[in-house]
Design a binder for this molecule. Structure first.
Ligand SMILES: *[C@@H]1O[C@H](CO)[C@@H](O)[C@H](O)[C@H]1NC(C)=O
Ligand SMILES: *[C@@H]1O[C@H](CO)[C@@H](O)[C@H](O)[C@H]1NC(C)=O
Ligand SMILES: *[C@@H]1O[C@H](CO)[C@@H](O)[C@H](O)[C@H]1NC(C)=O
Length: 387
């Protein structure tokens, strides 16, 4: 019963001569089956492989898509704005390792493809409240495009500024700080790293709760933005409070002739801020070999930056302090000290170098001022400081 059907099929393709045997008739039919089978398998394999190629392409695209949304910017990838906009919430959940790593990102193309208005980051290293905040409020008013504020207070302190205050929501995640210890430098690096997350910040000033601005915002912005140097105090001091704090174990990274001292209160530009944040060369040496009476906050940044970038440093601080009374702490001024004559003395008789030229404006900030100084300071601000 099968035979005629096979023959019929064969007959359809190939006329069979009458003298062909059964065997000779069976051979081509098997060949055909083989061919069809082969064709079928071939088509099947190619369909499967096409699908698998498409599938793996889809997979690849999918992994690309997920790795593009993973980065740290919460970026939807549609506009450059996602990379420019500063973090909306300063209270992130990154630990210091993650924060410093994130802050070390540097664009490799120097021209910004958007209008970048460079800002000054005012970084307040405090214990808790800022008693002189009302004076700073007046100083900042009207310059919102040109500054940002960061406050590092002790972790136990909760700030309660109203939404109208420039200090509202400007607290960063903090840790315990001990005077003269490495935890102080760590807090300063933490402030720098947080401020670096805003790509518009170009200059970084470290201040304390007892600091005041001696000039109005326009003068200060102009002075800092036009300077060819960063204002890091840095000098080579002979004697027990300078070279005497050096430890030879810091060699070869730091030699005695490279050892510097300077005021803790600095101003650095973005490049130097990143250099401080990424440092793993000098940090372990200072952490290990500079303990009180080596006050690490007076030596680490001045020494490190003088070794790395001496030409970028003005070697002087912008913050006036009165050390004339001697001792480990500078003078603190209260209500009774605040007079026009007091500030006249600070402003007069100062000469320093600014962009290589002699200048009579040497200090932009002053410390230390007690909370009781607030009212008389507010009274003098418009006349003496022009804000
Ligand atoms: C931060 O977290 C990462 C990942 O868990 C960890 O490797 C690192 O040691 C942590 N750093 C600090 C300072 O706790
Ligand atoms: C800032 O102070 C300078 C001089 O001290 C003054 O000429 C200028 O008008 C002041 N600017 C503002 C906005 O008050
Ligand atoms: C600051 O000091 C370094 C050496 O310690 C020097 O190379 C640099 O020129 C000084 N800066 C200025 C502005 O004089």
């Amino acid at each position: 019963m099968m035979q005629p059907r096979v023959v019929a099929m064969e007959e359809g393709k190939e006329p069979i001569s009458a003298n062909k045997t059964n065997l000779s008739r069976a051979l081509p039919s098997r060949l055909l089956v083989f061919c069809l089978l082969f064709l079928g398998v071939g088509v099947g394999v190619s369909i499967i492989s096409m699908y698998s190629v498409r599938f793996s392409m889809v997979q690849q695209l999918a992994t690309k898509a997920t790795s593009a949304v993973q980065p740290l910017f919460q970026d939807d990838g549609t506009t450059i704005d996602n990379f420019i906009r500063p973090p909306s919430n300063l209270m992130h959940n990154m630990n210091d390792t993650e924060l410093l790593w994130r802050a070390s990102f540097v664009p490799q193309i120097k021209d910004y493809p958007f209008k970048r208005v460079p800002k000054i980051a005012f970084m307040f290293l405090t214990k808790g409240p800022l008693p002189l905040a009302p004076l700073w409020d007046r100083f900042f008013k009207g310059h919102e495009e040109l500054y940002s504020i960061y406050v590092h207070a002790l972790p136990s302190y909760t700030a309660g500024y109203p939404p109208s205050s420039p200090f509202y929501g400007r607290q960063i995640p903090s840790q315990m700080v001990e005077w003269g210890r490495m935890s102080m430098c760590e807090a300063e690096r933490r402030l720098l790293a947080n401020a670096l997350l805003d790509i518009s910040n170009e200059w970084f000033i470290l201040l304390s709760e007892s600091c005041i601005p001696l000039h109005n915002f326009s003068i200060i912005y102009h002075y800092i933005s036009r300077s060819r140097h960063s204002f890091m105090g840095s000098f080579d001091e002979p004697g027990p409070y300078g070279r005497g704090r050096y430890n030879p174990h810091m060699e070869p990274e730091v030699t005695l002739s490279q050892w510097r001292k300077g005021s803790q209160w600095f101003e650095v530009n973005r490049k130097l801020a990143i250099d401080i944040v990424v440092d793993t060369t000098y940090y372990p040496k200072f952490k290990k070999f500079c303990h009180p009476a080596c006050y690490v906050d007076e030596h680490y940044f001045p020494t490190m930056l003088t070794i790395q970038s001496p030409h970028l440093l003005a070697n002087r601080t912008l913050t006036w302090t009165d050390w004339s009374r001697g001792g480990a702490h500078p003078a603190t001024f209260g209500k009774a000290d605040i007079t026009e004559g007091f500030f006249k003395k600070i402003f007069e008789g100062q000469v320093c170098l600014y962009n290589g030229q002699p200048s009579t404006v040497c200090y932009l900030f002053a410390r230390k001022f007690a909370p009781s100084a607030l009212d008389p300071l507010l009274g003098l601000a418009s006349k003496v400081f022009r804000y």
